[in-house]
Ligand binder design. Structure first.
Ligand SMILES: Nc1ncnc2c1ncn2[C@@H]1O[C@H](COP(=O)(O)OP(=O)(O)OP(=O)(O)O)[C@@H](O)[C@H]1O
Ligand SMILES: [Mg+2]
Length: 421
């Protein structure tokens, strides 16, 4: 036997031979491949069976099941699992039982409990057809990764501006002409200003929008807007708190003028370049009220305290402004009634957004439905928020990141509408 033949035989036995020259080796390779395929199929079937069993237990654990009384006792029925896809991400189809809705799997804490039992971070339910849904198991928070807001601006307040991305990866837009004021709350450094910056840069160029308002921090409004048509309608800083009250009262006067001149057979002002939507930004509004309330009170009969003037003006803008093309964006650490000018004022916000806040604050702004979400959201990362209102269920979103403050200034300088344009 030659050395080459000897080597071939050894290779043949150890199953390492390849290529057309190796007689018989193809058979071994095929057998090994077949074996591997069967092992793989068996493991897939075992995985699918264990997933179905755990899903059944999980459904029983969170009462997404039916108890059927039979002669032998009580049988538990759970939604039937159909096809399982390994993924990633792993997903499987489920047939809804009578009376069940797709949202039942994610309602309240159900989503988290189901997902955790199945070893996933979270889940997404996608209606398929008829009574079937597909449940996707997510191995990480879909809102974990941030996204950057492109440098764009809308040509009109009718066009939606980007305010976030949902857990399903959909981009969420909001048109300023939608009939609602925006209320945004969140603790220090949770992302409120970043959201406002994103909205404002997108609106800065629209000829039918005027960005006005009060900002005691002087960072969101004020200096970045120098040279734009918006700047004269903004009051900043804490040097002259009465100037904030005066601006808000001027806005109320303008609102009254508009309301008095609504054309016949119309119930609201249609904004245009002559009568633009006035977007009233109230950055750190509770801080403004605190500063105003800290001023010496005028003597009896010598005028109204500045804090009360601000409260009255904002309440009027909130309750009557929609028809007159006024939209308010209020930012506060917490939407406590006393901090934002009363419970009635708080109720006027049709679109509500909460960044990281304590559980009770979340419920305060979004209602009792948000209670189960509170504990987890109390530790939310900056830029992750809950949004509800204007026909939308309470949903978790990731707000886009604009960049550092210099980027905000550059975008306002680039897009901010100027008089000669
Ligand atoms: N959407 C986002 N994506 C990624 N990071 C973000 C996002 N929003 C905010 N951040 C980070 O959090 C920081 C604080 O954000 P921001 O200034 O908007 O908070 P804030 O709620 O306005 O806080 P404060 O109450 O102190 O004014 C930002 O500098 C940024 O690093
Ligand atoms: Mg801020």
């Amino acid at each position: 036997m030659t050395a080459l033949e000897h080597t071939r035989r050894l290779e043949h036995r150890s199953g390492r031979t390849r290529g057309p020259g190796a007689h018989g080796s193809g058979l071994f390779a095929r057998l090994r491949a077949e074996c591997a395929r069967r092992e793989y199929e068996a493991s897939v079937l075992a995985f699918a069976a264990s997933l179905k069993a755990v899903f059944r237990e999980a459904c029983t654990g969170i009462a997404l099941c039916q108890y059927v009384h039979v002669a032998a006792g009580v049988t538990i029925r759970t939604p039937r699992v159909g096809e399982v896809r390994l993924g990633p991400p792993t997903s499987f189809t489920v047939e809804l039982m009578a009376g069940q809705e797709p949202a039942d799997f994610t309602k309240g804490e159900n989503g988290a409990r189901l997902a955790h039992t199945l070893g996933a971070h979270g889940l997404r339910v996608e209606p398929v057809a008829g009574r079937w849904v597909r449940i996707h198991l997510l191995d990480h928070d879909p809102l974990r990764d941030g996204f950057t807001l492109p440098s764009l601006s809308v040509a009109s307040g009718i066009e939606p501006v980007i305010i976030g991305r949902t857990e399903d990866g959909l981009t969420l837009g909001h048109a300023l002409t939608e009939p609602g004021h925006l209320g945004v709350q969140g603790q220090n450094g949770s992302g409120k200003t970043q959201l406002a910056e994103g909205i404002l840069t997108q609106l800065a160029a629209a000829p039918d929008v005027l960005i006005t308002g009060s900002d005691i921090t002087g960072l969101l409004l004020g200096r970045p807007w120098d040279g734009t048509v918006h700047r004269p309608h903004q009051v900043t800083g804490t040097q002259d708190i009465a100037a904030h009250a005066a601006l808000l009262e001027d806005l109320v006067a303008e609102m009254d003028r508009r309301l008095a001149t609504i054309p016949p057979r119309q119930d609201k002002i249609a904004p245009d370049a002559v009568t633009p939507t006035k977007f009233v930004v109230l950055e750190e509004f509770p801080g403004l009220l605190r500063a105003a309330d800290g001023l010496p009170r005028p003597k009896r009969g010598e005028g109204v305290p500045v804090g009360d003037r601000i409260r009255t003006a904002v309440l009027r803008l909130l309750s009557e402004g929609r028809k007159a093309a006024f939209r308010v964006l209020m930012l506060a650490q917490r939407f406590e009634a006393t901090a934002v000018g009363g419970g009635y004022a708080r109720d006027q916000f049709a679109l509500r957004i909460s960044f990281r806040v304590p559980a009770d604050s979340l419920e305060m702004l979004h209602g009792v439905d948000a209670r189960p979400l509170g504990q987890e959201h109390a530790n939310a990362a900056p830029g992750v928020a809950y949004l509800s209102g204007l026909g939308r269920d309470c949903q978790r979103i990731r707000v886009p990141y604009l960049g550092d403050y210099g980027e905000y200034c550059d975008r306002i300088a680039a897009h901010g509408r100027r008089a000669h344009r």
